[in-house]
Design a protein. Structure first.
Length: 263
């Protein structure tokens, strides 16, 4: 990121000459983020939040699969269940990295969605990429009817958000999804690994990682939780102390300068 400080006409107040933040403090982003965070907690136990929770679970399982592909393996199948469970069956690849990618992968996805929600012109690109990933998963590795139905509905929702909804609505939904994904990933690690450690039937990614490495599941959970919290705070810092919007992608700038004959 450039260290040059740019002042916008409607930007927040500058931090001052001696600031080490390298940008402007955006009060509007702070207020919006606080409102969305309160909304997430208010709706947490509501049936309205259930589809978003299942979406994060799907992100979690897809992250396992993507890491398997990156480390030379392949994805056999991906599924999710109505009670927020899920599974990703893989073959080959680095087992330790594949296991690690679930919680941390969904956290990374949420953080990137939250970060990119700063710019309206990124909304169609982000939702379009998410849709392509879902379509690829539906046509190759998601086979059970429940998971396919949910993923298909989610893909339609992403198309509506990215290409048919007003840009302001799409931006707000992207930030809400990013915020919810980050918070769910954090609480998921806490409840699955740390709070429920006494359960004899508790099988999770931290337990699987401990079986591969010999490390205690609680230590693994604390390390993952710490990493997620630090990443989340860094994303929030970059949202609150930064240029007002991200620069437009090169493909959009080129598209804007292209004129049809006779236009």
């Amino acid at each position: 990121m450039s260290c040059e400080i740019t002042t916008y006409g409607d930007g927040g107040s500058a931090i001052g000459p001696g600031s080490r933040q390298g940008g402007l403090f955006s009060l509007s982003h702070l207020v919006l983020q606080m409102v969305l965070t309160c909304m997430v907690f208010y709706l947490w136990s509501s049936p309205l939040a259930q589809p978003i929770k299942l979406m994060v679970v799907l992100f979690h399982e897809i992250s396992h699969g993507v890491m398997a592909l990156f480390t030379g393996g392949k994805i056999i199948s991906i599924l999710i269940t109505a009670d927020e469970g899920g599974a990703c069956e893989t073959e080959g690849g680095s087992e330790a990295l594949i296991v690690t990618a679930g919680y941390l992968g969904s956290m990374f996805v949420g953080g990137m969605l939250l970060y990119l929600s700063r710019a309206k012109h990124f909304v169609p690109l982000v939702f379009g990429l998410l849709t392509l990933i879902l379509v690829a998963a539906i046509t190759t590795v998601i086979r059970d009817s429940y998971s396919r139905t949910f993923a298909s509905g989610l893909a339609v929702f992403f198309v509506l958000c990215g290409f048919l909804a007003p840009s302001t609505i799409g931006t707000l939904l992207l930030r809400l999804i990013g915020t919810f994904t980050c918070l769910y990933s954090i609480f998921d690690i806490y409840w699955d690994v740390l709070a429920d450690q006494g359960s004899a039937f508790n099988q999770n990614d931290a337990v699987a990682f401990s079986q591969l490495t010999g490390m205690e599941p609680q230590f693994v959970g604390i390390a993952w939780l710490t990493g997620c919290l630090v990443f989340f705070l860094l994303v929030l810092k970059n949202i609150l102390y930064s240029e007002e919007e991200l620069p437009e992608p090169e493909i959009i700038r080129k598209g804007e300068s292209f004129n049809l004959p006779g236009a």
